[in-house]
Design a protein around this ligand. Structure first.
Ligand code: NAP
Ligand code: ZN
Length: 353
């Protein structure tokens, strides 16, 4: 075991402070990674503030971070896929049982024994729970280490490991969206990646935002149209016209208003994870035979496919790079939807602690 510098919170109401955490020594199958950038996902905030207590209570101290890009510093004797010096990524998953039907179908995220990158029971016993990427290094089983397109801006690659795969996966799963009318609700970290992928796959992309000031950015990011969702008349003009809507909203909101945008047999997929239930009117689904579904990140194989796709098409997140010392401020801005469009922590800033 060795000690690594990190930023942690001690309780749901504490700010982040500088800390050290235990990391395991590299075992045969492990890869030790020096973390270069880590994105800030709204899931980090939900977890740090224990907003998901009823589903996944937070164990403190908590070190979040599951959008990790770094450089391999050491490998175990049985590791064959990466070498020291390689640029790699780690997303939301660091282990699974490898034998269940979900794992056999390359859907490790649904493995009943999946270990998430932070706040999951630590099977290695290094700590009570796993600690994430707001840290100088991490040690991960090679089967959960991804190859990163080295020619891309690494600060903008980090968010692909969660925001990227979480939006790529449901869009791919929907089928061929070429020429389809696709809505993305919420222009934050996930939403802006959803816009980029939907556009890359040939959809007619429409952003629903509560922030009129994001209109020009939405168009620059690839949206064909932007609807300010608080404008009832604008919403009414698009009612019943969408094939597919991806809802990325992190807080309570009226999902029936989005369902009303769907046409016959339209689907809305939730990736946003508000802490409170969202009431759905039965009638909003019955008329038009509409469907509502959910999606959780993506498996390791699909995450690699997404990273390779981003490498080929030069797709990265739009990031505001911050030093780790600004993390508390970034969280306050995230709550106010003031993120353009992902914070990415430059982990070199941790060296000065
Ligand atoms: P984010 O960057 O904070 O973006 C969320 C966006 O939602 C905001 O920028 C805002 O966009 C909109 N919004 C916020 N409050 C709203 C409200 N009250 N009503 C309507 N719209 C509102 O968050 P994120 O990192 O993209 O994450 C979004 C959600 O997805 C979180 O709940 C997160 O935990 C979840 N998540 C799920 C998965 C998964 O696997 N399913 C993976 C990662 C994250 P506008 O300003 O454009 O309205
Ligand atoms: Zn995330």
């Amino acid at each position: 075991m060795y000690k690594a510098k990190a930023y942690s919170v001690a309780s749901a109401t504490s700010p982040f402070t500088s800390d050290t955490i235990p990391r395991r020594e590299t075992t045969d199958r492990d890869v030790q990674i020096e973390i270069l950038y880590c994105g800030i996902c709204h899931s980090d905030l939900h977890t740090v503030r224990d907003e998901w207590n009823s589903v996944m209570p937070t164990v403190y101290p908590c070190v979040p971070g599951h959008e990790i890009v770094g450089r391999v510093t050491e490998i175990g004797s049985a590791v064959s896929t990466v070498k020291p010096g390689n640029l790699v990524g780690v997303g939301c998953l660091v282990d699974s049982d490898h034998t269940c039907p979900s794992c056999r179908a390359d859907l490790e995220q649904f493995c009943p024994d999946a270990t998430f990158t932070y706040n999951s029971p630590d099977k290695h016993g290094t700590g009570p729970v796993t600690y994430g990427g707001y840290s100088e290094s991490i040690v991960v089983d090679e089967r959960f280490v991804l190859r990163v397109p080295a020619h891309l801006d690494l600060a903008g690659v980090a968010p692909l490991l969660c925001a990227g795969i979480t939006t790529y996966s449901p869009i791919r799963r929907w089928g061929d969206i070429t020429g389809k009318k696709v809505g993305v609700v919420g222009l934050g970290g996930l939403g802006h990646m959803g816009v980029k992928f939907a556009r890359a796959f040939g959809a007619h992309v429409v952003v629903f935002t509560t922030s009129p000031g994001k209109r020009d950015d939405a168009l620059r990011l690839g949206a064909h149209e932007v609807i300010v969702s608080t404008d009832a008349a604008e919403m009414q003009r698009h009612a019943g016209s969408f094939d597919f809507i991806l809802d990325t909203v992190a807080a309570e909101h009226d999902i029936n208003a989005s369902i009303a945008m769907l046409g016959l047999d339209g689907t809305i997929t939730l990736v946003g994870a508000p802490d409170k239930p969202l009431p759905v009117s039965a009638f909003s689904l019955l008329f038009g035979r509409k469907s509502i579904s959910g999606s959780l990140i993506g498996g390791i194989r699909e995450t690699q496919e997404m990273l390779d796709f981003c490498g080929e098409h030069n797709i990265t997140a739009v990031v505001e790079v911050i030093p780790i010392q600004k993390v508390n401020e970034a969280y306050e801005r995230l709550v106010k939807s003031d993120v353009k469009y992902r914070f990415s922590i430059d982990m070199a800033s941790l060296k000065t602690e």
